[in-house]
Design a protein around this ligand. Structure first.
Ligand code: R5P
Length: 311
């Protein structure tokens, strides 16, 4: 087995390799003067089971191109099996036609990864589980929930806890986390705009009064969804609001928005390399899922069950 890292998240790739007690494959993934990506693998990979670790996070197109070119280099070097380990799968939110004459970019990206020569895909908390079906090669979708649940139990316990989904679309994810927290009760924030131009009304389904709320979502991008939900929960009488998010996209002024928000703490996993601003923000804490990804890689290589990681 070999682990090859793109440049999108080297600390995560190193942590995965260290979990597996393997060195990273000796390779250069660099740019020519005109910014074209060039990959050169400096050791023999013929007949090897190779895992390429690359999140397609910002700058998404560069990181995607690196992933495709790494896969191409491995295929041409006769690797036996190539698994694209994409902890954060960019373009995932473009998973359906959002209007007439719009693309389904998540499907296009799935086609590109497959056509480049990947034999398998390993992702974490895909925005929609159906994206697995965009690939016609085996695709494992890992869940960060067990890692989050262990952290919540250790830091906060389960007394007076309430798990909250910040929108209706995230209820399945929130319910799965609540089940791991002694079946904690569930609430849902329902965003409504009754008429165009009117401000958003946040209806809360469930009684959050005197509850310590845990908001859970897959992505924090601008932070709008999460910060508004946190404020609505505090206004409804919650004693505190902490958020657990798998993918800290944190674009634009998201970090400042989190800093100024009603959130007590924002916990993100390391699927995306945090920016300096995110690292310096006192309210943001990083939770590593390298052991989870490392264990899944070990099981794929050994051809044992991955799903039993989530029993
Ligand atoms: C949406 O369906 C996702 O699960 C997130 O809630 C959304 O992408 C967060 O975006 P933002 O942080 O920009 O509100």
């Amino acid at each position: 087995m070999k682990i090859l890292a793109g440049n999108s998240n080297l600390p995560l790739a190193r942590a995965i390799a260290s979990y597996l007690e393997l060195p990273l494959t000796d390779a250069s993934v660099r740019r020519f003067a005109d910014e074209e990506v060039f990959v050169e693998i400096h050791e023999n990979v013929r007949g090897e089971d190779v895992f390429v670790v690359q999140s397609t996070s910002y700058p998404v197109n560069d990181n995607l191109m690196e992933l495709l070119i790494c896969i191409d280099a491995l295929r041409r070097a006769s690797a036996k099996r190539i698994t694209a380990v994409v902890p954060y799968f960019g373009y995932a939110r473009q998973d359906r036609k959002s209007g007439p004459r719009t693309p389904i970019s998540a499907k296009l990206v799935a086609n590109l990864i497959t056509q480049a020569g990947a034999d398998r895909v390993l992702a974490v908390d895909l925005h929609a589980a159906q994206i697995q079906g965009f690939f016609d090669i085996p695709t494992d979708n890992l869940f960060a929930a067990p890692v989050m649940a262990a952290d919540i139990q250790a830091r906060y316990g389960t007394d007076q806890l309430m798990v909250v989904s910040p929108d209706v679309g995230g209820v399945v994810r929130a319910r799965a986390l609540a089940r791991r927290l002694d079946n904690a009760p569930l609430a849902i924030v329902d965003k409504r705009r009754d008429k165009p131009g009117q401000s958003e009304v946040m209806n809360i389904i469930g009684d959050v009064k005197d509850r310590r709320c845990i908001l859970i979502d897959d992505i924090i991008d601008s932070g709008g969804t999460l910060c508004n939900a946190a404020q609505a929960l505090m206004d409804a009488g919650a004693t505190s609001v902490t958020a657990y998010l798998t993918h800290g996209v944190l674009s634009g002024g998201a970090v400042a928005r989190v800093e100024a928000s009603a959130l007590k703490e924002l916990v993100i996993t390391d699927t995306i390399l945090p920016t300096e601003a995110a690292q310096d923000c006192g309210k943001i804490r990083l939770l590593s899922i390298a052991p989870l990804i490392g264990e899944a890689i070990r099981r794929i290589a050994d051809e044992t069950s991955v799903s039993s990681l989530f029993d």
